[in-house]
Design a binder for this molecule. Structure first.
Ligand code: PEP
Ligand code: MG
Length: 902
């Protein structure tokens, strides 16, 4: 019989923090905290395995579950000396989701389960607090009807509103009618009436009674939490974060403790260090007389936890340190215990019930990239963690944010301020205002940069937040769910800009007398929490000495080299600044794309459209000095470092002149008429240019093209050597699938090499000859390819294209459908498909080494800058990865972590 339930609490705990896969993050950490002796209300975790079985059984509980639940409930009842469903001394529980890795706000939670007509009078008698009981009941009704009765049943509201909105409207109307400012102002009688009206509305709207049986409520809540694993928000979040569908969520059933029992009760969220800056200060928010959802939902502006947490929005509110100093001291001790135990920044949830502190959650806290860097370095310097742990603390993906643009401080000084809020996500961003998630997605699809402006941060906005350059909200605190999400993504975000009045109907944003409309430009400084009018200039974040120090330590663990893909001397310089150890791919044909390349491009076209060998040779001779000059300049920048120069690999269709003017110019140059140019162009047209006359094939048909390029390379080298330089060229042949192609090309290279040694009268001109592996056939016959190739560079863009049979130029039309339907969990052009493309790489590595044990192996497809792919490359035994300049730090860190973790 499978065990589905694991208990936790002061008396009996079965799990621990290592069991996240089975118990989810929340369950595993509740167990760990209980074992540490912290005040955790007793409860139990239903495993993720049970969630998967529930779906396997067609959304039915396994037969043994209800009995297990009953036994576990009895154990809690004994510990609490209360009884679930009892009319005198009723126990209430919460049901919370908790996946392996945190998915803030993406799944469901139901509080106060067990309140019904039988238990309400008992709880009132026991607490002497009728208001509290009906406040708890109305919360149960609101959450339960929304989550269990509507969403879990997949009922699509006919009026587009949903039951929760209706109930919220009823509550707001009541507050307006009676002049109540806050929920806590509602009288007991009114709260009672509201509960009755709620239940009536539910019956009218959903055509079912609100359940009055505690056991039915409990099992309904457990099933609904399971179902929320496949809710819309959770699915979107999983796609974005590449979380597999088969992880499932656990359900945590836990004794309720109440932060809404009056002025000695409270609830809060805290971080053991500042998640925005990484400063070693306790950071958090809390609310008096409230339940946990109130803090994260952003309904009220939360109070600061302590002095360190005070800011312009909350300075007027008392801190927990001031209001409840003893409890604050206890919480502060717990913060220290948790940090010492986990040796990482913790995100904690707590509740104070009538002067007693309880811990409801702890987990590794999400943080900005800056905070991650600072915390890792601080904890290392304080001796809390070792070097290896420190290096692994920074997710390579977030390095982007560290190097991300900020609002130019010089421009910011004179910019017109619109409003201030809380700095929830780092860096700066400008964009056009939109007021809904749907608009953000739509505008972004048509290549507009948008700022999503919302009343409050709401997890339903996940897709829009993703599409927006930044997020701005009027309400909510630093720990609101969407602020957590934005921070996790390193997205610029400001929350709680309370002076904004948003009208989503008229699509207007008012601040005082100023009005902004949809489409107006604003700029956010997410590090300071300030919004400005218009589109301000951005600046690259200054090179941070601490970051350099961190990277130096990381580099000391790295065994793979990191090279770069660049095509100009200017980019080569930038890449050196980021730490490139050479060029892994210089795409020769790209020198014809850039600025100032009109003339060489014209010559290239002339060459392509030449008909006879003689005509072509004239064009090649004219082209030669341009090619040589560009290569020479690049080799000079990269002196003493390897530079992989790829022979021309132009998909010809990209270079054939399209405009009449260009066609006429070519006609004049070649001394032929326009008609003839059009005819020759038509002959070059291919149905599948990606697998057409490109790469090595071009050099097989026209060896003079290879000869021109190789001569340019060797002449450039010879001249550099004569001036005392040390060029290290590596000549690379693209799109090969047969060793004879290499034999053919190598012969030309050899001849040119001999000729240049003679011409310049030099003894040695070192170079390497190798090939890209881009076609599955080449990978499979790597042993033969290695007879000629001194190095392989895996061109995983084409290798992915040809392994999947997906055109790299056309995946936009179907890739999202593959992701949405969970056929693929990621885009294989972004992250290497280890299963098949990876297998081909492993085969090629093994077979290549059999022929040539010291063969040099690298990767130069886009995957060379993707952390997961870099990890794979390390395991596969490659000696370097090559990526675009801005991704070099990412690749360096990923390679260091790969070395540490393997
Ligand atoms: C590749 O195919 O992976 C590659 C690097 O070459 P290109 O992208 O130029 O085809
Ligand atoms: Mg390629």
């Amino acid at each position: 019989m499978t065990k589905y339930i694991y208990e936790f609490g002061p008396k009996r705990t079965e799990g621990d923090a290592t069991q996240k896969n089975l118990l989810g993050g929340k369950g595993a950490n509740l167990a760990e905290m209980a074992t540490l002796g912290l005040p955790v209300p007793p409860g139990f975790t239903i495993s993720t395995e049970c969630c998967n079985h529930y779906f396997d059984l067609g959304k039915r509980f396994p037969d043994t579950l209800e009995v297990e639940v009953t036994c576990a409930m009895e154990n809690i009842e004994k510990q609490m000396d209360m009884k679930f469903g009892d009319k005198n001394n009723p126990l209430l529980v919460s049901c919370r989701s908790g996946a392996r890795s945190s998915m803030p706000g993406m799944m469901e939670t139901i509080l106060n389960v067990g309140l019904c007509s039988t238990t309400i009078p008992g709880l009132i008698a026991k607490t002497g607090n009728e208001w509290f009981v009906f406040d708890a009941y109305r919360r149960l009704i609101m959450m339960y009807s929304d989550v269990v009765m509507e969403k879990a049943e997949q009922i699509k509201p006919a009026d587009g509103m949903g039951i929760r909105l209706h109930l919220e409207m009823m509550m707001n109307n009541l507050k307006n009618d009676k002049g109540y400012d806050n929920d806590t102002d509602i009288s007991t009688e009114d709260m009672k009436t509201l509960c009755a009206r709620f239940k009536k509305k539910i019956h009218e709207y959903l055509n079912v009674e609100f359940p009055d049986d505690p056991q039915e409520q409990l099992m309904g809540a457990i099933g609904a939490v399971f179902k929320s694993w496949n809710g819309r928000r959770a699915l979107s979040y999983r796609r974005i974060e590449h979380i597999p569908d088969n992880w499932g969520t656990a359900v945590n059933v836990q004794t309720m403790v109440f932060g809404n029992m009056g002025e000695t009760s409270a609830t809060g969220v805290a971080f053991s260090r500042d998640p925005a800056t990484g400063n070693n200060t306790f950071y958090g928010e809390w609310l008096i007389n409230a339940q946990g959802e109130d803090v994260v939902a952003g309904i009220r502006t939360p109070n600061p936890l302590n002095n360190d947490t005070k800011n312009s929005q909350n300075r007027h509110l008392p801190s927990l340190e001031e209001a409840m100093p003893k409890l604050y001291a206890q919480l502060f001790d717990i913060r220290n215990i948790l940090e010492a135990h986990y040796r990482d920044m913790q995100d904690i949830e707590f509740t104070i019930q009538e002067g007693h502190l309880y811990m409801l959650q702890c987990r590794v806290g999400k943080r900005t990239a800056t905070a991650a860097l600072n915390m890792a370095m601080d904890m290392y310097e304080q001796g809390m963690i070792d070097e290896k742990t420190m290096v692994c603390r920074l997710d390579p993906k977030v390095l982007d944010d560290l190097l991300h643009p900020i609002v130019d401080p010089a421009v910011e000084k004179t910019a017109v301020k619109v409003v201030e809020g809380l700095p929830a996500g780092p860096g700066g961003a400008w964009g056009q205002i939109v007021f809904s998630s749907e608009d953000a997605v739509r505008w972004a699809k048509s290549d507009k940069r948008v700022i999503l402006v919302r009343e409050e941060t709401n997890p339903e906005d996940i897709e829009g937040m993703r599409s927006a350059a930044a997020v701005l909200t009027a309400r909510g605190g630093m720990t609101s769910h969407a602020a957590l999400v934005a921070r996790g993504w390193g997205k610029c975000c400001i929350v709680g800009a309370g002076a904004m009045k948003i009208n989503t109907e008229t699509k207007e944003l008012r601040v005082g007398s100023r009005v902004f409309h949809e489409g107006d430009f604003i700029t956010l400084n997410g590090t300071k929490g300030v919004v400005y009018e218009g589109r301000l200039k951005m600046k690259d974040a200054l090179e941070n000495p601490r970051f350099q120090q961190f990277m130096t330590i990381a580099d000391s663990f790295r065994t793979m080299e990191v090279r770069t893909n660049v095509d100009t001397p200017e980019d080569a310089k930038i890449a050196l600044g980021f730490g490139a150890q050479g060029i892994g791919l210089f795409r020769t044909e790209h020198m014809f794309y850039g600025s100032d390349s009109d003339h060489p491009l014209f010559l290239l076209r002339k060459m392509i459209l030449s008909k006879s060998k003689e005509e072509r040779q004239v064009a090649l001779d004219e082209l030669f000095p341009f090619v040589k000059q560009e290569i020479s300049a690049t080799l000079l920048v990269m002196d003493n470092l390897p530079v992989t120069l790829r022979l021309l690999d132009p998909p010809l269709h990209e270079f054939v002149p399209q405009s009449l003017e260009n066609q006429q110019e070519i006609a004049n140059a070649l001394g032929i008429d326009l008609e003839e140019v059009l005819k020759r162009s038509a002959l070059l047209k291919e149905s599948n240019p990606m697998i057409g006359h490109r790469g090595v094939r071009l050099g097989i048909t026209f060896p003079e093209i290879t000869r021109m390029q190789v001569t340019a390379i060797f002449e450039a080298c010879a001249e550099l050597i004569q001036t005392g330089k040390h060029p290290l060229p590596e000549i690379m042949v693209p799109v090969t699938c047969n060793e004879k192609e290499l034999e053919f090309t190598h012969k030309i290279v050899n001849e040119c090499h001999g000729a240049i040694l003679n011409k310049y009268g030099i003894q040695a001109l070192p170079y390497q000859f190798g090939t890209m592996i881009e076609i599955p056939r080449a990978a499979l016959i790597a042993d033969k390819m290695a007879k000629y190739a001194q190095f392989f560079s895996f061109g995983t863009n084409d290798l992915t294209q040809m392994t999947f049979g997906f055109s790299r130029d056309d995946i936009g039309s179907f890739m999202n459908d593959y992701i949405d339907n969970a056929i693929l969990s990621f885009d294989p052009f972004e992250t290497l498909d280890q299963e098949a493309v990876g297998s081909l790489i492993e085969i090629a590595v093994e077979r290549g080494r059999k022929t040539r044990p010291d063969i040099k192996l690298g990767i130069c497809g886009e995957h060379g800058g993707d952390p997961a792919s870099v990890m794979f490359c390390h395991r596969a035994g490659l000696s370097y990865v090559s990526c675009s300049p801005y991704r070099i730090p990412i690749a360096r860190l990923a390679a260091a972590q790969a070395a540490i973790l393997n």
